[in-house]
Design a protein around this ligand. Structure first.
Ligand SMILES: [Zn+2]
Length: 188
């Protein structure tokens, strides 16, 4: 899976995703070789009260032969919800809101699962982003600056050190764009 900026929303994506894809170049997150367009499949995503179907393009690696789905950053990987809904819900809860009061169409049990997974993966993603920053951009984040920060604060602090990219400007989305372009299997 590779996350990329492929439009502002479902409508933009539907109309223009092939144009966005044509502007981007993906290296295989597993082996680093070039990739080319492969096949596509349909998946659904919950946008507010609606279920929308979109086409997802896959690329294939010229080196190892693995295929990678290229997902727009406005959807959350492996979740059928839009990334903004998930992020704003998680931010509210991190700021102290009760799970039951979350302003989302997702059920309370779904929200509890989001929170649990975010707690498991959030700081792991911060660590992976720091490693990436060091390996790719030769930049280091001072550990002290991260002390006491919650997950979103830590993610934002680390993301600030990366170059600006075109995206939907979500912390989770931006983290996933960087992570999935460079590493396989690490995302938040
Ligand atoms: Zn490969």
């Amino acid at each position: 899976m590779i996350i990329a900026y492929l439009g502002r929303n479902v409508n933009d994506y539907r109309k223009n995703f092939l144009r966005y894809l044509a502007k981007l170049k993906f290296l295989c997150p597993v082996c680093g070789s070039n990739t080319g367009l492969h096949d596509s499949y349909d998946r659904h995503v919950h946008i507010d009260e609606n279920i929308e179907w979109i086409v997802i393009q896959r690329v294939i690696c010229t080196g190892c032969g693995k295929t990678h789905a290229v997902l727009p950053d406005f959807i959350k990987p492996y979740k059928h919800y839009c990334a903004a809904d998930v992020e704003f819900t998680l931010r509210d809860i991190e700021d102290g809101a009760a799970t039951e009061q979350a302003n989302t169409v997702a059920s309370t049990s779904t929200v509890k699962r989001w929170v649990r997974e975010f707690k498991n993966r959030g700081f792991q993603a911060v660590g992976a982003l720091r490693a990436l920053l060091h390996n790719v951009f030769d930049e280091n984040i001072n550990e002290i600056k991260l002390t006491g920060l919650k997950i979103f604060g830590a993610l934002e602090h680390v993301l600030d050190a990366f170059p600006t990219i075109e995206s939907n400007s979500l912390a989770i989305g931006d983290a996933n764009i960087w992570l999935t372009h460079h590493m396989a299997g690490i995302y938040v």
